[in-house]
Design a protein around this ligand. Structure first.
Ligand code: ADP
Length: 320
């Protein structure tokens, strides 16, 4: 679905200046965040648990009050005109929160009605968003009979009922398996391709990598890195593996130019190599030295590695 043309298309979809949030209990969840998301972008807020991601999008979608700072949605200041800003946003919360005893079609139509969309238009839109979410054949089934992945897609379809220009998702794939995650990625990519700006929070680097063009990494209420995804990944140019070796290792390991090899134990090599170096090159060099690799494991959790580099903090609690 294509949103109406945006007046002044160069106005950022989201613009945040020096945003701070201190909760009543004294927790400083945001310590001065500034960022801009361009219209049409697919943007990730990446960070470990407790970083402040949900607080940030809670404020952007007017569910949480800010302590200070400025937030604009397509130029509309949420403090000056909350309703106008809200009309531009579709929010997909972390928890599934529709009525399990309602049907997907009714959930979508009623949701739009709540936002003042006339019923005839809402019915047309419900058909479109449910088709886009591959749920049309389930439109008249009780929602509780949907699979986990379908329920998540219904959350997205429902948010699209108001034709938002900016779709915000809080950890859309937390705790769902990889197959469901991939299904959701497909739906989100299509929504973005049709012109809707998307911002999502995630603690999966893989998710941000798969979907997003730009991102901000948040840690302890501060942005520690922001910019294009590609530029960030280029910084992660080294990767590590543990190689399980069939026979006992020789006393001296072969040299592979550009890589570092260490004997972890008698049957395991710990290797660090530039990401650009083909693994086959490594295997061939080992093979030439009579060392046969039986299996291998990825050693580095890339997001953890990234956080350690950016924050000097070993205790990140993130998943890649
Ligand atoms: P994330 O989404 O990155 O996991 P949150 O925004 O949920 O992070 O939390 C940031 C910090 O604010 C955490 O220390 C959290 O405990 C705290 N926090 C979140 N919500 C509340 C609240 N309603 N009251 C008090 N503290 C909160």
């Amino acid at each position: 679905m294509t949103p109406d043309p945006i007046p002044g298309a160069d106005v950022p979809a989201l613009s945040i200046r020096d945003l701070r949030k201190t909760y009543d209990n004294g927790v400083e969840a945001l310590k001065g965040i500034s960022l801009e998301v361009a219209p049409g972008d697919f943007y990730a807020l990446l960070g470990p648990n407790g970083a402040g991601k949900s607080t940030l999008i809670g404020i952007a979608s007017s569910l949480v009050n800010k302590t200070s700072g400025e937030v604009r949605i397509f130029g509309v200041d949420i403090a000056a005109d909350r309703d106008a800003a809200m009309r531009l946003i579709g929010l997909v919360p972390q928890e599934i929160n529709f009525n399990m005893f309602e049907k997907p079609f009714d959930i979508c139509v009623n949701y739009a009605g709540f936002y003042g969309v006339p019923r005839a238009i809402a019915r047309e839109r419900a058909e479109r968003v449910l088709k886009e979410a591959q749920l049309w054949d389930k439109a008249d089934k009780m929602s509780r009979t949907l699979s986990g992945g379908m329920k998540r897609r219904l959350m997205i379809a429902r948010a699209m009922m108001t034709s938002p220009r900016l779709l915000i998702l809080d950890e859309p794939t937390a705790g769902v398996d990889i197959e469901i995650r991939r299904g959701m990625w497909k739906t989100l990519k299509e929504i973005n391709a049709s012109g809707t700006t998307i911002i999502l929070t995630t603690h999966y680097l893989e998710e941000a990598e798969n979907l997003c063009r730009n991102l901000a990494i948040i840690d302890k209420g501060r942005i520690v890195e922001q910019g294009p995804m590609k530029a960030l990944l280029a910084k992660l140019d080294v990767e590590g593996f543990l190689l399980d070796i069939e026979q006992a290792l020789p006393g001296v390991l072969p040299k592979i130019e550009g890589a570092t090899l260490l004997a972890e134990d008698e049957h395991t090599i710990d290797i660090e190599k530039p990401r650009a170096m083909e693994l086959n090159h490594v295997f061939a060099a080992l093979d030439a030295a009579g060392i046969r690799v039986r299996s291998m494991r990825t050693k580095t959790n890339r997001l953890e590695e990234l956080f350690v580099r950016l924050t000097g903090d070993n205790n990140t609690g993130v998943a890649a």
